[in-house]
Design a protein around this ligand. Sequence first.
Ligand code: SAM
Length: 288
Amino acid sequence: MSNLTDISYVKAVLSKNGFSFSKALGQNFLINPSVCPKMAELCGCNDNIGVIEIGPGAGVLTNELAKKAYKVVAIELDKRLLPVLEETLAEHDNVKVINADAMKLDIRKLITEEFNGHQVVICANLPYYITSPIIMRLLEERLPVESLTVMVQKEAAERICAEPGTRESGAISAAVNYYSHPELLFKVSKGSFLPAPKVDSAVIKLNILKKPPVATDDEKLFFRVVKAAFSQRRKTVLNSLSSGLSLPKAYVSEVLENAGIKQTARAEELKMQEFAAITNILKNNRAE
Ligand code: SAM
């Protein structure tokens, strides 16, 4: 019987299958036995809820999710891990492993086909090289999921969960806060992984919102404004918007004044409502 909380068992299965870790695929596997049960608990799955996992690795988190969830669908890019997962997850009949790239797979279709109308959550220890793109892909597609509980590098976690308008915030904070209510759940030391990465990690939970926290007249423009505002963090919003959106400075200055934003403000000082106000003024001016 598999004991995935026993690191010597996991190492033995990996070595039996001739597996070597790929840095390019962000393969740092969890070996701290307390982390996976905690993630499975906090992601909120139960026997009525399905889970999508991205990058099951040797299956340590998958195993904990399978004990609790209605069903787990795990998407793994690395073919070499398929025989490993077949062995480590053999005792679960509610797990399906799909060999695919999570950046390309049609996840909406997967949800319709695999979960029989059950609510779905996403839970994963994400490969660090695609943290932001995968989170943004999952959010932007407005998939029918309740939440994303994911392990990311600690700095990324702090940036993603920062409230817009605070010093730690960035373009990703504004984007994440547009689609979800983010929470930083707990930190995980680098020694909890094999091989140990250079930095610590943290588990965050993004609770999907039914509707955005601010009203914008043009969602695409809202994200262009956010991106342009943060494109040169040290500059004022006046300068970064003017160069990022190719607009005359005098015009941007007027927009900021109409939005009630001071001319010396920097992107990290702006709240969601202020990004929305800039967007809506730009949009209305265009329409005139
Ligand atoms: N869940 C395991 C754990 O916690 O020990 C492994 C996590 S490891 C940080 C990331 C996993 O994602 C690896 O198994 C890696 O092969 C896989 N992976 C990397 N890129 C991927 C992609 N584009 N789509 C799906 N899986 C990917």
